[in-house]
Write a protein that binds this ligand. Structure first.
Ligand code: SIN
Ligand code: MN
Length: 266
């Protein structure tokens, strides 16, 4: 899939782009069911909130067929490859749960802040492209973005290792206040199957989920191959060191897998 000129302009100016209903309900259903099974498993790649609820599952594309197909899907790889103009590899892959009632906060941060400081990534030529597995609503902890904040480059951050179970390089209130005065806040919402991509330096965060509605989102962090990380400090399944370019699967591959999976279940 390729972006049109208006979409490229929106991404370049605002730092984010939302593509509603990029995946069908059938394609999403298999991913959502597999995600729940993964959260129920006991593996080191699955991190839990302080409450014990799942927070994030890393690297499912390396051991689960549906997520392997998603991790090489042309509707995700195509637009990011187009924006960076070179082949990509998977820097990180995670399924964030934001579980009903217990999903915890993600403090305000820039992703590239972590990739640079913890992984030795040379440039912000990586970005997250996210797929909604549940409906993302204004009330269940949607991702909040500060438009145009990517234009400020990589901002000073503090390493917060205590607020949640996930250590994060976070921004202080004064910085966020200033950025929001300039750009406001948007929270893209939509049905399962929506896709959101955003610049590595775009400031974002999300509030806890106290509703009965889970908010699962898969994040592919795609890095330009020439921008591969130089100084990994995190586990291989958090910040990958296999820089092999991703070769997209056929566009129908996930739909075919979903059909076979549904037939087997019947
Ligand atoms: C992230 O910023 O990495 C995750 C935020 C979220 O899933 O709400
Ligand atoms: Mn982030």
């Amino acid at each position: 899939m390729q972006l049109n000129a208006d979409q490229i302009r929106q991404f370049q100016d605002e730092g984010w782009l939302f593509l509603p209903e990029a995946f069908t309900p059938e394609e999403v259903a298999v991913l959502a069911r597999e995600a729940e099974a993964i959260y129920a498993a006991n593996r080191p790649e699955i991190w839990r909130e302080k409450s014990g609820a799942p927070r994030t599952a890393f690297a499912a594309h390396t051991y689960n067929e549906a997520f392997r197909l998603l991790g090489a899907h042309p509707r995700l790889i195509g637009p990011v490859e187009q924006l960076f103009g070179e082949p990509l590899y998977m820097h990180q892959f995670k399924i964030n749960a934001k579980a009903a009632f217990t999903g915890d906060v993600w403090q305000w941060h820039q992703d590239y802040g972590t990739w640079a400081r913890d992984d030795g990534m040379p440039e912000p030529r990586a970005m997250n492209i996210a797929v909604f597995l549940d409906e993302v609503m204004p009330i269940n902890g949607p991702l909040m973005l500060i438009p145009r904040s990517q234009q400020h480059g990589t901002l000073e951050a503090g390493h917060d290792t205590s607020t949640t179970s996930y250590p994060l390089w976070t921004l202080d209130d004064a910085t966020v206040t200033q950025l929001v005065a300039e750009g406001g806040i948007v929270a893209p919402t939509g049905k399962p199957g929506g896709v959101l991509l955003f610049h590595g330096n775009l400031v974002h965060g999300s509030a806890p989920n106290i509703t009965p509605y889970p908010r699962k989102i898969v994040y592919l962090t795609l890095n330009a191959v020439s921008n591969h990380i130089r100084k990994p400090t995190r586990a291989e399944w958090i910040a990958h060191t296999d820089f092999t370019p991703i070769r997209s699967v056929p566009d129908a591959a996930l739909a075919e897998h979903a059909r076979a999976w549904k037939q087997a279940a019947e």
